[in-house]
Design a protein around this ligand. Sequence first.
Ligand SMILES: C[S@@+](CC[C@H](N)C(=O)[O-])C[C@H]1O[C@@H](n2cnc3c(N)ncnc32)[C@H](O)[C@@H]1O
Length: 288
Amino acid sequence: MRMLNLGAGPKWKNPDWLVLDHKIMKRRDCAWRLPFPNEHFDIIFSSHMVEHIPHSKIDEVLFECNRCLKSDGLLRLVCPDLEIVANAYTNKDIALMERFIVEDPTIRKDLGIGGSFMNFLISNGSDSLLISRNGELIAGYAHLYAYDFEMMKNLLDRNGFKQATKCQFLESSNKIFNEPLHPTNQPAEWRDECHWASYEELTGFDRDPLTSLFVEAKKDFIPEKRRSQFGAPSVRGLDPINFSFRSMLYAFFTFSGFKIKRTIETKGEYFFNLMQRIFKRFVRSFKL
Ligand SMILES: C[S@@+](CC[C@H](N)C(=O)[O-])C[C@H]1O[C@@H](n2cnc3c(N)ncnc32)[C@H](O)[C@@H]1O
């Protein structure tokens, strides 16, 4: 069996699985550009990654999963469930939202229940960078979108999958997914992250049972590729004609400045020692 964990994160380990995560790849591989041949995998699993994908790229991600799966191959997706978190917000169920925050302590609390709800949809992070039209760097982003089952089913159907099914936590058509995400040095049972003792590596699959949507589908047919990348003429948000070259150059130079400044701040001692060594060598060679 060939199996892929897409967006596994740098600490996830399982010798039976291949892992692809844009934070650990050296090349330009990412979820919408999988470096694998057609019909290569029996199973693809992806947990809490699709909400990090810009919505204009999600069709390409599912197209790639379809391309790399064998016929009837299994795709299991886990992500925050828009319906669950939206219900907690519209019902103003503060007690429930507080339980969600125990499950995911990174969720913001400073703006009340609305801020916590929005954090499931959009959050800061380091997966995508937002640049204003006048070339100003705004922030890096993690969550960019959220899905309920109906949205996910529509996306799966149009990208060549069949039998899209909403599952429960640990419920699957394949018993391999019986094991929840957990540190490798701790029991194979689900506990909120705050109860994990210190660890080096993670393994297992499903996580965050209170807030997650669990969906499985099988590869059915090869769909037509939906091209939605930046550069598409007359498409809102994707047409480069609406952005100026000068602004993007400004963004590039501002970014380089910030990056150099932060690198010197964090690796200052290293740079100082390097300069000292170069200077000493220069003085020695001059004396000779
Ligand atoms: C919230 S973490 C989830 C990690 C793990 N799957 C889990 O459930 O604990 C999201 C992961 O998706 C990865 N990711 C985000 N966008 C990606 C992309 N375009 N291609 C590949 N990996 C991506 C991130 O690097 C990060 O490790």
